[in-house]
Design a protein. Structure first.
Length: 193
């Protein structure tokens, strides 16, 4: 299996939300609280000593995803071929029936439930249809700052390194999220290259 995952360059992200908007638009996600790609703002300090960074929060398609184990009906599963974690909405019991067990199990609050009565779980599927057509994910394609990349983890690590923590993100050795970072450090401006 070639585990697919994300690379995120925190030094390049300017918090423009283009990745999140493109994702929502591409997947026809209704206006409202559901966002398969979220952007978290980290702000610290007081003027003139400020620190601002952004963290993207898609599904990290963990090597050992807690949401898969938490689902009582097997509606969430990890694909053998590429490690992408997907949801079978026909099997999902909905937010009232299972009491959002998958959301409660995920340290990054990735599983999303709409506002509809007994809404089914949904989340980033790594643009599965696009990948199968040989295209890049919509978030990577849309990012004007080239802060994102998606691919097999062994290739991402070879290209970008194997830094597993970033500002606002703590790695879980237990779940092994499929992500590597270029983290923004205190006192670091935007990277030019």
């Amino acid at each position: 299996m070639s585990q697919m995952g994300f690379y995120f360059d925190q030094t390049r992200c300017i918090g423009c939300y283009t990745c999140a908007v493109a994702c929502k638009d591409w997947h026809d996600i209704d206006a409202g609280p559901v966002n398969w790609m979220r952007v978290h703002t980290i702000e610290e300090g007081k003027f003139p000593n400020l620190f601002v960074a952004y963290l993207v929060l898609p599904c990290f398609h963990c090597a050992d995803p807690p949401c898969v184990r938490a689902c009582p009906v097997g509606a969430i599963y990890k694909r053998e071929a590429d490690g992408i974690v997907v949801v079978d909405q026909d099997k999902c019991l909905g937010k009232h029936e299972c009491r959002t067990l998958c959301l409660n199990a995920c340290p990054w609050n990735v599983p999303q439930f709409g506002t509809q009565d007994n809404a089914k779980m949904q989340k980033c599927d790594l643009c599965l249809e696009r990948l199968e057509q040989g295209l890049q994910t919509i978030c990577v394609e849309a990012c004007p700052m080239y802060a994102l990349d998606v691919g097999p983890m062994h290739q991402l690590r070879a290209r970008y390194g194997d830094v597993v923590e970033a500002e606002g993100f703590r790695y879980s050795k237990r779940f092994k999220p499929s992500v590597t970072f270029k983290p923004k450090r205190r006192g670091q401006g935007m990277d030019s290259g």
